[in-house]
Design a protein around this ligand. Structure first.
Ligand SMILES: [Zn+2]
Length: 313
């Protein structure tokens, strides 16, 4: 039997009416949530989350839909992969094919979920542990951009304060810790596992802040990563470098629901747009993972009922 997240059932459409500006064209689909929060844990392998039974990841998984075998792009480096996660297209399209902060090279070539949200009059925020992710948000395309520190504790604490005070419609939060210890000590080494536990605690800081502020019941949270890794590297040439966790939890999202393995990091962008009722460009490679929503499953089931007569052969 399918179960829906008990934490998130309080959502009502009238509560969201304020978010649609009158000048904004009607979206192709109704807005499902007041807020979307995307959390990326840099270098976190999907199988690490599956094996480690991390406290806060388990809370989200229990209340959400998930896969431990989602895939990042072939160009499995931090900047190209995050750009794909937040734009919905591959690196040859968004153009961020390098992996460090190079101001002279400019910014992402394509729209992102932040530009779409801002165009619709929604508030946005971006908190990162790594400066190079600045390439993804050209000046003026995000309400708040901040790099509180390299490690996740400062990032999570500052993001939690901002999110619960300003309540932006769309936010992205990036944790560096698993990647840092992967490169210095090896993926799945004792020190990297310890860094993953730190990252889990940082996830808990955000989750508890949303819960305390009452935002949790109106927020779609997507937890994922930019890439995995092996030994002390990641390149995308191996499966283990490309497999990432993907956990979605929020109002109307199926609870404790295992998804297929065909989720792409580019689907994160499309799913965020879908949940916020924003247009999804046909040029996006990523697809909204509508199967995570209980109502979508119900309506899809009703449209597949047999038709009484069909005159065409
Ligand atoms: Zn990375």
């Amino acid at each position: 039997m399918l179960r829906f997240s008990a934490l998130c059932l309080a959502l009502t459409l009238p509560a969201l009416a304020h978010a649609q500006d009158e000048s904004t064209p009607a979206p192709e689909h109704e807005r499902r949530v007041g807020h979307v929060l995307i959390i990326s844990e840099d270098g976190l392998r999907g199988d690490a989350v599956e094996k480690m039974h991390l406290k806060w990841h388990e809370v989200l998984r229990h209340h959400g839909s998930y896969s431990y075998h989602a895939k990042t792009i072939r160009d499995a480096s931090t900047l190209p992969a995050h750009a794909s996660m937040l734009s919905g297209v591959d690196s040859n399209v968004h153009g961020l094919t390098w992996n460090n902060w190079r101001p002279s090279k400019g910014y992402i070539k394509t729209p992102t979920i932040f530009t779409e949200a801002q165009d619709a009059g929604m508030t946005t925020a971006f908190f990162t542990g790594k400066s190079k992710l600045r390439h993804i948000v050209p000046p003026g395309t995000v309400g708040v951009y901040d790099r509180p520190g390299y490690y996740c504790k400062k990032v999570a604490e500052e993001a939690a304060l901002y999110l619960t005070t300003e309540k932006p419609a769309l936010a992205f939060v990036h944790f560096s810790d698993p990647d840092e210890r992967g490169h210095s000590d090896g993926w799945m080494s004792e020190k990297q596992l310890s860094a993953i536990h730190s990252s889990d605690r940082c996830l808990g800081i955000l989750y508890e802040a949303l819960e305390r502020s009452g935002m949790l019941e109106d927020t779609l949270i997507i937890v994922s990563a930019d890439h995995g890794g092996h030994n002390r590297v990641h390149s995308g040439a191996t499966k283990i470098d490309r497999e990432i966790p993907w956990i979605a939890c929020g109002p109307g999202v199926l609870e404790n629901h295992l998804l297929g393995d065909n989720i792409s990091t580019m689907d994160t962008a499309a799913t965020a747009l879908y949940a916020l009722g924003l247009p999804i460009s046909v040029s996006l490679t990523g697809k909204p993972r509508t199967e995570i929503f209980s109502e979508t499953m119900a309506s899809e089931a009703s449209t597949t009922l047999p038709i009484a007569s069909d005159p065409t052969p």
